[in-house]
Design a protein around this ligand. Sequence first.
Ligand code: MLT
Length: 263
Amino acid sequence: MRHATLAGRAMAFADHGDRPPLLLVHGFPLDHSLWLPQLDALSATRRVIAPDLAGFGATGGAGHESLDGHADDLAALLDHLGIDRAVVNGLSMGGYIAFAFWRRHRARVAGLVLTCTRAAADSEAARAGRYQSIVSIEADGVGPLADAMVPKLVTPAAPADVRSMVDAMVRRQPARGVADALRAMSARPDSTPDLAGITVPTLVVAGADDVIVPAAEAAAMAAAIPGAGLVTIPGAGHLANLEEPGAYNAALRAFLERVDATV
Ligand code: MLT
């Protein structure tokens, strides 16, 4: 891991390989290790950068009140690394942050990958669930959240080593950062109005068996983005990149080659 101080805040990030840059933005409540199969497989031909977002992993500390703060951290990280534009790939919460990044820093986006994510804001019921989780985390830490979430993050057929890796990843996240992220996600705006104005090459990846973002919702999002590709990974749940890395990496590689050809 590398470490940087960005506007007075520390950030830890993995940075493997050489150009062209690919920025991987993890989901909730996870850290950069979500992307280990992509760091391993793609760094021979790309510069793969995977931060631990504020509040998570080795970055830790406080999160942000708004996902815009995470988007601004990513722009500051690119500045720090001397990178002008990158393909931005966000999984779930990372996708919500990718939308914020698009709104705030679109000149830095060479292409977008929206993995197992949605454009819609939280429903009232989802917000209420997040507030309950915050109360539970403040009282009992992240253990009960891990118990509830891990079975939704991976499919029942996931290999035991993948399940235990995800379980450990959730349990090691700092309670404060997890609670801050729940607040920020609950406050995020609806990104649906942005979809028609996305002008960079875009790939939407869905897990066929994702119970958090149903594949049909991801397909509808792809249909609303001009020219976007859609790949649905058979047998994959919400963490499609981790559960089916072979199919996921093949789809990502094909997309990245298409982006390379446009620049
Ligand atoms: C994630 O994987 O990042 C979360 O499921 C997103 C969410 O809770 O909305």
